[in-house]
Design a protein. Structure first.
Length: 63
């Protein structure tokens, strides 16, 4: 027997033979290797700064 849906679960609505069928949305879990293989020079973004420099940890002359 299928597992019952819980409140807030994501679902798909599909029309099959004139009937509306509600199916649980199953999300694929990707491995890191699968994600990395999709990186190309065209979709690779530049480096970004994510922290504020507060001491001597900066080694870039741009600071």
């Amino acid at each position: 027997m299928p597992e019952p849906l819980s409140f807030g679960a994501e679902v798909e609505l599909v029309a099959i033979d004139g009937n509306l069928v509600i199916k649980p949305r199953i999300r694929k879990r990707y491995s890191l290797d699968e994600l990395i293989t999709d990186i190309t020079p065209e979709n690779l973004h530049a480096e970004i700064e994510s922290v504020i420099v507060v001491g001597n940890e900066a080694w870039c002359s741009a600071y």
